[in-house]
Structures are given as structure tokens and as C-alpha cells.
Design a protein around this ligand. Structure first.
Ligand code: NDP
Length: 343
């Protein structure tokens, strides 16, 4: 089959976190008949992005009693499905409402894109291919983890291990306890400072004898009487059955091992934006985040290609900001398509 024989979509949305589904809701309601590559990323075979690995979400407006991350993403998906958003499965595109409630793992990821000419060529990891007049990239980012078995177990079960203090730190389970933060960048300091509002004490585990964070942030952490620094210290294991009870540590200078009781552990060792499939076709910073010509808008430097959510935002990284960016991208795509005469 040559590229000319492939179906041509008005708008293809890549990603299924808050940005992707919000873009789909707006594009579908604007009669653009969007097609979503929802993916099976985050190493879990689940679509839905980082929220699929979050337990309670208490800061998303509209959910006064809180909601779990997976429940929230299911609601986003169902709202997009209500307006007949199509999703690429291993059997090809299916209107969302026909697969509501089915396992997300049948959704295809994008393997590669060719943005060198319009319409753009998109190839799914299950072999589905199409052309697209416009593309919205909403693939997000994934938090880095230490990769310890007990860390992953307790993170997935809501047992007090998290990669987002702003999302989870205010939960009652962390109140007045001693908490740990792994990492020493700006995020780690920001998270540690945030946790001081709830914790009796915050321990920062820093693997070197200096921090990567900007000077002003370092000073802030060092000046806090609630934050205790542990230099040259790495976490070897996370302790606890249903809930974290502590960590096993090693001082990498002396090789001395120790245990510390903790009521929660927060990873802040960076994020990896999901942009590898773009193969450098769009401008990225050194970490791989997309760099937009106008940071307040959704346009990339390639006409017809838009970005939304964490993939182009390493600062806010919230579900609500990602959803807002998804809305902007869909509106920008709709206006751009109209200018091109594609209705
Ligand atoms: P960074 O990559 O800047 O920092 C990651 C930190 O985690 C480093 O201290 C690193 O240690 C440590 N680390 C990495 N892997 C491990 C590991 N396996 N075990 C223990 N420690 C580890 O990521 P951030 O998320 O902090 O920041 C990303 C970008 O976003 C930066 O450019 C930052 O400036 C920016 N940012 C800005 C903010 C602001 O301006 N308010 C807020 C948050 C982020 P090491 O130094 O030894 O490599």
C-alpha cells in the first residue's frame, strides 16, 4: 500500500492523559472526527498516562470528594467517547463508545511519525497507519523511579510511595509523619518544601555531596528547620507490607547501611518526556521536552503540528494544566484547519 492509499484524518491526537482526551473532546465537538492513538505506555500496558499510576486525586476541580487517577481517566475517556472519538486498537480505529469499559491495553501506541510533509504520516506500534492533516502531540512524560521492586509495589497500591508530592502530599496518610524525598534538583526541593506543610520532618536523600537545584532553591532547603539533608545517601530498599514503614539506606562514601522509619517516600529524580518517537523532528530541550516557539500557545514550529500537556511543560505538570493545554491545542488545530480549507 502506498501512502496515498492510507486514510487521511483531519486531526490525529497522540496520547491519552488529560491533555489528549480534552483535545479529543473539543475536536470531536467541533466535528473534526478526531482519531486518538491512546497508547499503552508507562510500562503498564495501560493507556491514560501518569494518572493511571496515581491513587487519590484531590486537587482536580469538580471532584469535591476526590477521585482516583484511573477513575478520572476513565471519565475523560468516556466523555471523549460520547462524542464518537475514534481510538486506534489492534483491530483498527473503533468509535470510543463501542469500547467503553474494555481493557485499555488494546490501544495502539505511535511507533513513528513523518512530519516532513503534509499530510503527516503516522504509524502505530500494532501496524495501523494513517495520514493526518494536523497532529496534536500529547504524549506526556513519565516520572523516573529508582526501579526497586518494593518501591513499585507500594507506589501502585497507594502504600505511601509517590512520584508527585504536589499530587499526593496533602493526603491524610502523610500528615504529621516523617517523610523522605529522593533527589536534589529543583523539583526535589520544591516537593520537600511543599511537604514541610504537612510533615513533622522531611528527609532529603542526595546521592552526591552537592545538590543540582538552583542556588536559590538550595538555600531555601538548607534554611528550612523541617528539612534534614542526607548527603551521599542512596535508597537501597523500601520497607513495609501494605504501607511504607521506612527505607534502607547506604552512605555511598562509607558503604555504611542503615534503616530509617518513614511514613512516606517521594521520588523527585526527574521526568522523561515521551518524545523519542519523534526522532528529533521537533525542537526539544536537552531532556527531550518539546520547546514551543510561543510557550503560551500550542503551535510547534511545524505548521499543523500542535503540542499539549506535560510533553511541552516541565514546570506545572498538573492534570488540570494539561487538560487546559489540550483544549488550547484542539482550538488552535480547528482554526488552523479552517484556514487551510479543511472543515
Ligand atoms: P533534575 O534532572 O534537575 O534533577 C534530578 C535530581 O535527581 C538530581 O539531583 C539527580 O542527582 C537526582 N537523581 C537522578 N537519578 C537519581 C537516582 N537514581 N538516585 C538518586 N538521585 C537521583 O530534575 P528536576 O525534575 O528536579 O528538574 C527538571 C528541570 O525542571 C530542571 O531544568 C529544573 O530546573 C526545572 N524545574 C524548575 C523549577 C522551577 O524553576 N521552579 C521547578 C522544578 C523543576 P544528580 O544531581 O546526582 O544527577
Amino acid at each position: 500500500m502506498t501512502n496515498q492509499d492510507l486514510p487521511t484524518e483531519k486531526v490525529v491526537i497522540i496520547g491519552s492523559g488529560p491533555a489528549g482526551w480534552t483535545a479529543a473532546i473539543y475536536a470531536a465537538r467541533a466535528s473534526l472526527d478526531p482519531l486518538v492513538f491512546a497508547g499503552r505506555s508507562q510500562g503498564t500496558l495501560l493507556a491514560g498516562g501518569q494518572l493511571m499510576l496515581t491513587t487519590e486525586v484531590e486537587n482536580y476541580p469538580g471532584f469535591p470528594d476526590g477521585v482516583t487517577g484511573p477513575e478520572m481517566m476513565q471519565k475523560f475517556f468516556e466523555q471523549a467517547a460520547r462524542f464518537d472519538t475514534r481510538v486506534v486498537t489492534d483491530d483498527g480505529p473503533i468509535a470510543g463508545k463501542d469500547i467503553t469499559g474494555k481493557l485499555f491495553s488494546i490501544f495502539q501506541d505511535v511507533k513513528s511519525v513523518d512530519l516532513s510533509k503534509r499530510p503527516f504520516h503516522i504509524v502505530g506500534d500494532g501496524g495501523y497507519e494513517c495520514l493526518a492533516e494536523s497532529v496534536i502531540i500529547a504524549t506526556g512524560a513519565s516520572a523516573k523511579w529508582l526501579g526497586l521492586e518494593n518501591e513499585q509495589r507500594l507506589a501502585k497500591s497507594g502504600g505511601g510511595v509517590s512520584a508527585c508530592a504536589v499530587c499526593d502530599g496533602a493526603l491524610p496518610m502523610f500528615r504529621d509523619s516523617e517523610l523522605g524525598v529522593v533527589g536534589a534538583g529543583d523539583t526535589a526541593v520544591e516537593e520537600a518544601m511543599y511537604l514541610t506543610k504537612f510533615a513533622s520532618k522531611v528527609h532529603m536523600f542526595v546521592r552526591r555531596d552537592e545538590m543540582r537545584a538552583s542556588k536559590v532553591m538550595q538555600e531555601r532547603a538548607l534554611a528550612s528547620d523541617k528539612i534534614q539533608m542526607h548527603w551521599n545517601t542512596e535508597v537501597l530498599d523500601v520497607l513495609g507490607d501494605d504501607k511504607i514503614t521506612g527505607v534502607k539506606l547506604i552512605n555511598n562514601q562509607t558503604n555504611e547501611e542503615s534503616e530509617m522509619a518513614l511514613g512516606g517516600l517521594f521520588m523527585a529524580i526527574g521526568h522523561t518526556p515521551i518524545t523519542q518517537f519523534l526522532d528529533g523532528q521537533l525542537k526539544m530541550d536537552e531532556t527531550g521536552y518539546l520547546v514551543l516557539p510561543d510557550p503560551g500557545r500550542s503551535m510547534t514550529e511545524i505548521e499543523g503540528v500542535f503540542a499539549a500537556g506535560d510533553v511541552s511543560d516541565h514546570i506545572y505538570r498538573q492534570a488540570v494544566t494539561a487538560a487546559g493545554m489540550g483544549c488550547k491545542a484542539a482550538i488552535d488545530a480547528e482554526r488552523w484547519l479552517a484556514e487551510q480549507g479543511v472543515e
